[in-house]
Each structure stands twice: as structure tokens, then as C-alpha cells.
Design a protein around this ligand. Structure first.
Ligand SMILES: [Zn+2]
Length: 181
């Protein structure tokens, strides 16, 4: 099954440098489960999406990060998820326990961006990310990347972009410093 919004958002993620190589993944909730990008696929050329049906075994070719997507759909009302590796946001996640944006959009839309732990693909990461997204749209996995969620892929993309913008502004302003300082 193909989906044009996946390609459109995937292209934007590449154009803005929010993801590189064949990293990152995206999904959308459906009535019976969710559609997710394939393991190892390029987000701007997602090809066939994988359908994961509620209560059924996850197909082997689904993104290796499916556990996080599954936990978000189980524990929150979000309908779409974008996971990317924006480099400045990742750097910020190594320095700070939570990101407090100073730019106007960041202050308005994501006044506190939590940083959570957990290795890629693990239940620990899934649990921590889903818990952080219960009452917000954006979280950072430490040293790894963003998980952004919303009503649509467009909304999840916007929060992904915002994470990189907010952390770049902190960097340019000389405010990207270790939490303990
Ligand atoms: Zn990742």
C-alpha cells in the first residue's frame, strides 16, 4: 500500500536535513492498526508501507522502531508519528535533560521538550517515549533523535522541524550548554 503524504513528508525531512541515509521512520494510525514505513527504507522513497493490525504479529519487514509507534498508539490519542535524527537536536539531547526553547515558535508550541533514555528498538524506549507524548507532541530520545506525533504526518513533521530549529537557536545564542552548568 502506498501513501502520498508519506512521500511528501519524507522529502521535506531530507530537504531540511532532519534525517539522513535510510534512517528514521513514519506511521499513521488506521481503524484496525497502523501503517508504518519498511525497515531500511528511505523516507523520501518509502515504497510499500507495512500494515500492522491490532493484536496481530508485526510483519518482519516493518521498521525496527515499530515498538515505539505501537506504544504511542496504545497509550495516546495521536494519529501520526515521525521519527527523525536532526543533528542539532541530537547534540542538545546529549547535553540537557530537557530542552527549553527560547525562540518564539518553540516557546509557543513546545515550551518543554523532554529528553528520554532507551536504546533503539527496545521496550524501554517505547515506554519512555509513549509516556512523554501523552500530553505533548514532541520528545527527544537521548543521543538518537526526535519522536513527534500529532493528528497528521504534517503536524508530526512540523514538530520535528521545530525541534531542530529551537536547538539551533539555543546553539547560536550560546545557550546549548550542559544541564549541570
Ligand atoms: Zn532512529
Amino acid at each position: 500500500m502506498q501513501h502520498t503524504s508519506f512521500e511528501r513528508i519524507g522529502r521535506r525531512l531530507f530537504l531540511e536535513g532532519l534525517v539522513g541515509g535510510n534512517f528514521g521512520n513514519m506511521s499513521e494510525r488506521t481503524e484496525q492498526g497502523y501503517l508504518i514505513t519498511r525497515s531500511g527504507s528511505y523516507l523520501d522513497e518509502p515504497g510499500d508501507l507495512i500494515f500492522v493490525q491490532n493484536g496481530e504479529e508485526v510483519p518482519k519487514n516493518a521498521s525496527s522502531e515499530y515498538r515505539v509507534h505501537q506504544a504511542i498508539y496504545r497509550d495516546t490519542p495521536h494519529k501520526a508519528i515521525v521519527h527523525a535524527h536532526p543533528s542539532c537536536a541530537v547534540a542538545a539531547s546529549l547535553l540537557m535533560d530537557q530542552i527549553i526553547p527560547l525562540d518564539s515558535e518553540g516557546k509557543m508550541l513546545a515550551p518543554e521538550i523532554p529528553v528520554v533514555s532507551g536504546d533503539p528498538g527496545t521496550e524501554e524506549l517505547a515506554k519512555n517515549v509513549a509516556s512523554a507524548l501523552k500530553n505533548r507532541n514532541l520528545v527527544l530520545a537521548q543521543g538518537h533523535g526526535t519522536f513527534a506525533a500529532g493528528k497528521t504526518l504534517d503536524e508530526a513533521y512540523l514538530y520535528t522541524s521545530l525541534a531542530e530549529h529551537a536547538t539551533r537557536v539555543l546553539f547560536y545564542a550560546g545557550r546549548l550548554t550542559p544541564s549541570s552548568l
